[in-house]
Design a protein around this ligand. Structure first.
Ligand SMILES: Nc1ncnc2c1ncn2[C@@H]1O[C@H](COP(=O)(O)OP(=O)(O)OP(=O)(O)O)[C@@H](O)[C@H]1O
Length: 277
C-alpha cells in the first residue's frame, strides 16, 4: 500500500504543483491518476520514487516513510515506465532491459536469461534482444520499457503516460496487453494519463485531479460513471457531451445502445447485470 498524507509540492519558482494531497493506493491493483495537463500527475508519481521530493507531508510504502529509504535503492526497487520508453539508444534491447540488474551485480549471463524471459512476458520475440531501440517500432519500444521496469521484479510499477506517443491501434494493443500482464503479475500499478477512456479501461481505482492535484473524485470506473461528484467530473468524463449517456434503440436486428449524438456504441445482449465492479 502507498499512502500520501497532506503532501504538498511547491517548485522553487513558486509553482504549487500539489497542495495538501491525501491518497491511499491499494496493493496489487491499478490506480490511475487522470487530469488535464499541469494538474500535477507527474509530480505525484515522481514523489513515490523520490525523483521529486515533497515540500511537506509524508509518503509511506507499507507503513514506512520513504524519507527513511536510500533514494537510489528506493528508485531501483520501483519499476518506472516513461512515455517514450526512455530507452538508451546506444544500448541493445537486452542491455536496456538488464540495466538495473547489472547495477545490482547480477552476472551478465544470468541477467541476459532474465531479459529473454521478460521479453516473453511482454510479448516480444526473443530475436529482438540484440537490436537497438531505433530498430524497433514505437509499440515494441514501449514493451521493452515495460520489460525493463519489471526486471528487478518490483512490487510497484509507475507508468507515466506510457502509451501517449503511439498511434491509436498500437495504443489499444498495449492497453489490452497491460490488462493481461496485470492479471498475471498483480503489481501495485500507479498509472498517469490525461485520457479518461484509458483511465476507465485500466483503473481499478481512478483519481480525477484538478489543478494543484485537487481530488475531484476517487472511485471505481462504475462509481464515477454512475455518480459523478460534480459538474467538473461530469464534464471531464464526457457525460455532458452525451458520450456516456446511452439510450436503447430497437432495430430490426435487436436492441442497440446509442449515445447523445445518436451514434451506436454497442449492442444490448442482456437485460440486467447484477453487481460488477
Ligand atoms: N521542475 C519544475 N519547476 C517548476 N514547475 C514545475 C516543474 N515541474 C512541473 N512544474 C509545474 O507543476 C505543475 C504540475 O506539473 P506536472 O508535470 O506534475 O503536471 P501533469 O499533470 O503531469 O501535466 P502533463 O499532463 O502536462 O504532464 C505544472 O504547473 C508545471 O508547470
Amino acid at each position: 500500500m502507498i499512502e500520501f498524507r497532506s503532501v504538498t509540492k511547491t517548485y522553487p519558482d513558486g509553482t504549487a504543483a500539489v497542495a495538501d494531497f491525501d491518497l491511499v493506493i491499494p496493493p496489487h491493483r491499478t490506480t490511475v491518476l487522470v487530469g488535464s495537463s499541469g494538474s500535477g500527475k507527474t509530480t505525484l508519481l515522481r514523489m513515490i520514487n523520490r525523483m521529486v521530493e515533497p515540500t511537506s507531508g509524508t509518503i509511506e510504502i507499507d507503513g514506512a516513510s520513504i524519507l527513511d529509504r536510500d533514494p537510489v535503492k528506493l528508485r531501483r526497487s520501483i519499476g518506472y515506465v516513461l512515455q517514450n520508453g526512455g530507452l538508451l539508444p546506444h544500448y541493445k534491447v537486452v542491455d536496456n532491459v538488464t540495466t538495473v540488474l547489472r547495477l545490482e551485480g547480477t552476472p551478465r549471463r544470468q541477467a541476459r536469461d532474465r531479459a529473454l524471459e521478460l521479453l516473453d512476458t511482454v510479448g516480444l520475440d526473443r530475436a529482438l534482444a540484440d537490436r537497438y531501440p531505433s530498430q524497433l517500432s514505437g509499440g515494441q519500444q514501449q514493451r521493452v520499457g515495460v520489460a525493463r521496469a519489471l526486471a528487478a521484479d518490483p512490487n510497484i510499477l509507475l507508468m507515466d503516460e506510457p502509451f501517449g506517443a503511439v498511434d491509436p491501434i498500437v495504443r489499444a494493443e498495449l492497453q489490452t496487453e497491460t490488462i493481461r500482464l496485470q492479471s498475471e503479475l498483480e503489481k501495485t500499478v500507479v498509472f498517469v494519463t490525461h485520457d479518461i477512456d484509458e483511465a476507465f479501461l485500466l483503473g481499478d481505482q481512478v483519481v480525477i485531479l484538478e489543478k494543484g492535484a485537487q481530488v475531484a473524485q476517487i472511485g471505481s470506473p462504475s462509481e464515477i460513471i454512475e455518480n459523478p461528484a460534480s459538474e467538473f467530473v461530469a464534464s471531464f468524463i464526457g457525460a455532458e457531451r452525451g458520450a456516456r449517456a446511452l439510450r436503447t434503440k430497437r432495430t430490426d436486428h435487436g436492441t442497440v445502445l446509442v449515445d447523445g449524438t445518436g451514434r451506436t456504441q454497442g449492442v444490448l445482449v442482456d437485460d440486467l447485470v447484477e453487481g460488477g465492479a
